[in-house]
Design a protein around this ligand. Sequence first.
Ligand code: FAD
Length: 363
Amino acid sequence: MPSSPPPSRGHAQRGAREVDVVVIGGGVNGAGVARDASMRGLKVALFERNDIAFGASGNSSGMIHGGPRYLTYDPGVTETSCRDSGHIQHIAPHLLFRIPFLYPVARSVKSKVMLTLIDGFFQAYDEYQPLKHGKPHARLTADELRKLEPGLHGDLEGGVSFDEWGIDGARLSLENVVDAAERGTKVWTGTTVETIERHDETGEVMAVRYRDLRSGRTGRLTTSAIVNATGAWAPITASLSGLPAQKARVRGGKGIHVGYDRRLTNYAIAGRTIDGREIFLEPWQNLSVLGTTDDDYYGDLDNVFATSEEVRYLVEGIARIFPQIHEARPIYTYAGVRPTLYAYGPLEDALSRNHEVVDHTAH
Ligand SMILES: Cc1cc2nc3c(=O)[nH]c(=O)nc-3n(C[C@H](O)[C@H](O)[C@H](O)COP(=O)(O)OP(=O)(O)OC[C@H]3O[C@@H](n4cnc5c(N)ncnc54)[C@H](O)[C@@H]3O)c2cc1C
């Protein structure tokens, strides 16, 4: 696209637009929206400032979440997560693999009651498993747990197994983009949207102005609609159109993972950190992944990385139940920021994982 003069917000002309929809953000949501819109016959353009799945989508725990954690206080999210998992399994079965979990319970004065409660909890979760083609949980003795996972450490009361699915979020995003491109979507990577032009009187969107971050070239593309699918960047993107950032407010939660060079366990195992948070060590394809943290993030979204303190916090937590982690070979770390819905007050782990669609025209 040729270079254009600097943006003059509000002076865009009405008339024929070059595309029907501009999607901003090449994560799993933007990629999915672009594919879906192009399947419906719309003319679509997708802009990604970095590379496909650069954000949360390429830096997740690599599970299609069934959402057992939300069952007690937000069962609707558990149901939606399981339903979504079923849809993704239908759309991209070649990207899925099972990650069965073991949830061990350490022996204590209340561990018998705890195990009974946990067993009951996963019985409730079993109700949702058919939505995602998962297997029901099983209650296990300490001996059974050790037979399945000989590396488990400590005096155990017993535990349960439950079923989840793994996926490579970057591949899922990329394959959506490839399919969208094959259906006519024009894809710009390494290209940031800098301005969203809106009509002075009606407020309707008219065009985006963008910049290729490698060549510095700028351009303008007229459109009838814009989808802001920029995850944790969503408030910044909303402000590009002159809307206050609060119109698309998120509370970004940074999470890090440590990757190991091989499968260290047969099953994913759940453990606890020093402050009582649940973490996991999961066999993930031919590697193992230890995760994850969840901390409010106020830093640069384009430069998120794991610190050695965060790594040590996770390793210390999982070592309580799986001490061999100290002999294992970590080969990489990665970090991302969750686009969690905004709420003031709750601890990060307790924030809702629900989705929200914000219609900016209503503002
Ligand atoms: C640590 C962690 C663990 C997680 N684990 C799981 C899990 O196991 N299972 C699960 O289902 N979910 C998990 N999630 C949540 C999941 O990853 C996110 O909900 C999902 O990836 C959000 O996708 P998105 O497309 O909305 O945002 P993102 O993937 O963050 O994509 C936003 C994109 O917008 C681009 N962008 C920003 N501004 C602009 C601009 N102006 N112009 C062009 N492009 C722009 C960015 O470069 C980025 O690529 C996890 C998230 C994190 C961080």
